[in-house]
Design a protein around this ligand. Structure first.
Ligand SMILES: [Fe+2]
Length: 450
């Protein structure tokens, strides 16, 4: 028996495996690209370390890619006999992995939250719950989790920086910007390379319309992101959002090609269709197209990848983005196959089916209807689902693209009451009023909304 850096028991007799485990968790908490290599080192030190095998299953699921499900299942199969006599905490992790693997993300979160009730210093359970709660649209649960565990964490330990970063983002998504920014800046003061803290503060700056500060914040910290995973692309997307709002579309496109959709970048080559990268790319092209900016042939590679992922509904929030790529390239047959496959997913009984049924499917149907010149139909498809869009997860800044879709359709269809309702909704959840936001100003002016 060994103990991890947080003092929790690990069912392994290998001190090198326990040390490598701590490095793996530190890499995971820090969004570092070498997490998988550190995990491999852990398992090389002790292939019989069940929680390590379980983590390899978690890692396989983090990318929301159906092609990785067999990898995660094989990891669960390896972990199961190894954990038969392990601690209750470690066995609970296996139960969470099995639930997540079966599409029951909701059940997995409940297991991680139970682990945290018993072991509030379990950094892995905490970080996984933070991540999956985010993709289930539950910022309040993210915040509650931070508040529950932080009295038990050692403020002087390096891992506390990760907790501060999570505090920042959870509070930001709950609209508590002052507390969020303080936590994020404290994390960056402790570790300027922490990308999750950089990201949380970028969100505060985005929501408060502090665009010049946002650009400076990212440019100042970016040199420290060499070891980061694809989250660094998302941070360049945030930089592009600031430039977009300032009307600097040339900077947006430059960041698209060299910052967040550089097809030759090693991280992109390794995972060319990773959900977060696809969301970044599609949502920015969609925003640019609405402004009448020529984006050239950039949609094509995204549409190719959308076609290849038809039937994979694991990342519900990515689905309307895939639909946008198919619609932008007028691939109507593929779009129909895509929607049909989503309807099949929606008929299931797991967490993903609920997300698809309530929100992803109507949003994707609306995307296709709008692109085919049927805005009234798009409004009718999406209106009943607007209240459920949060179930798709994603941040307020990311969800914005779906709001703009509905607004465009309502304006094009002459559905003034729907457009007005959407503007009120946008004004209610974003501190910057619609007439000061590029994606909303035209409709706000046309309707006299101020
Ligand atoms: Fe973000």
């Amino acid at each position: 028996m060994q103990r991890d850096a947080q003092g929790l028991e690990l069912t392994t007799d290998s001190a090198p495996a326990a040390a490598a485990w701590d490095q793996t968790i530190a890499a995971y908490l820090g969004y570092r690209a070498d997490t998988a290599q550190r995990l491999a080192a852990t398992l090389a030190a002790d292939p019989g370390f069940g929680l390590g095998q379980c983590l390899s299953g978690y890692v396989a699921l983090l990318g929301f890619n159906a092609a990785m499900l067999p990898v995660a299942a094989a990891a669960a199969d390896r972990a199961r006999p190894l954990l038969a006599a392990a601690t209750l905490r470690e066995r609970a992790h296996l139960a969470a992995l099995e639930a997540w693997l079966a599409g029951m993300a909701d059940r997995a979160v409940r297991i991680w939250e139970q682990i945290l009730a018993d072991h509030p210093r379990d950094a892995l359970a905490f970080r996984l719950a933070h991540f999956v709660n985010f993709w289930l649209g539950r910022p309040e649960r993210m915040r509650a989790s931070v508040l529950a565990v932080e009295p038990h964490w050692d403020r002087d330990a390096a891992s506390f920086t990760a907790l501060l970063a999570c505090r920042c983002f959870a509070f930001e998504e709950c609209g508590l910007y002052t507390e969020a920014e303080a936590a994020g800046r404290e994390a960056i003061a402790r570790d300027p390379t922490d990308v999750w803290a950089a990201h949380g503060v970028a969100h505060v700056l985005e929501m408060q319309g502090r665009r010049a500060e946002g650009v400076a914040w990212i440019e100042q910290l970016a040199p420290g992101w060499e070891a980061a995973n694809n989250l660094r692309h998302h941070l360049y997307w945030h930089a592009a959002l600031f430039h977009f709002e300032r009307g600097a579309f040339d900077r947006v496109l430059a960041l698209y090609d060299t910052g967040f959709r550089d097809l030759g970048a090693p991280l992109t080559v390794a995972q060319p269709d990773l959900y977060i990268d696809v969301q970044n790319a599609v949502s920015m092209l969609y925003r640019l197209a609405r402004q009448g900016i020529d984006v050239g042939a950039r949609w094509e590679e995204l549409a190719d990848k959308a076609e290849a992922r038809i039937g994979d509904c694991l990342s519900a929030f990515t689905l309307p983005h895939w639909a946008m790529a198919l619609a932008a390239t007028h691939r109507w047959d593929a779009a129909e196959r895509f929607l049909r496959a989503m309807r099949h997913c929606a008929a299931g009984s797991d967490t993903i089916a609920a997300q698809v049924r309530a929100a992803a499917l109507p949003a994707s149907e609306a995307v296709v209807a709008a692109a085919r010149g049927m805005p009234a139909e798009a409004v009718a498809l999406m209106r009943p689902a607007l209240g459920a869009m949060r179930m798709l997860g994603g941040s307020h800044a990311q969800q914005d693209v779906l709001e703009q879709l509905f607004l465009d359709c309502a304006m094009a269809a002459g559905a003034t009451e729907d457009a007005w309702m959407l503007l009120e909704r946008a004004a209610g959840c974003h501190p910057v009023p619609p007439h000061r936001r590029r994606g909303y100003v035209a409709a706000a002016r046309a309707l006299g909304f101020d």
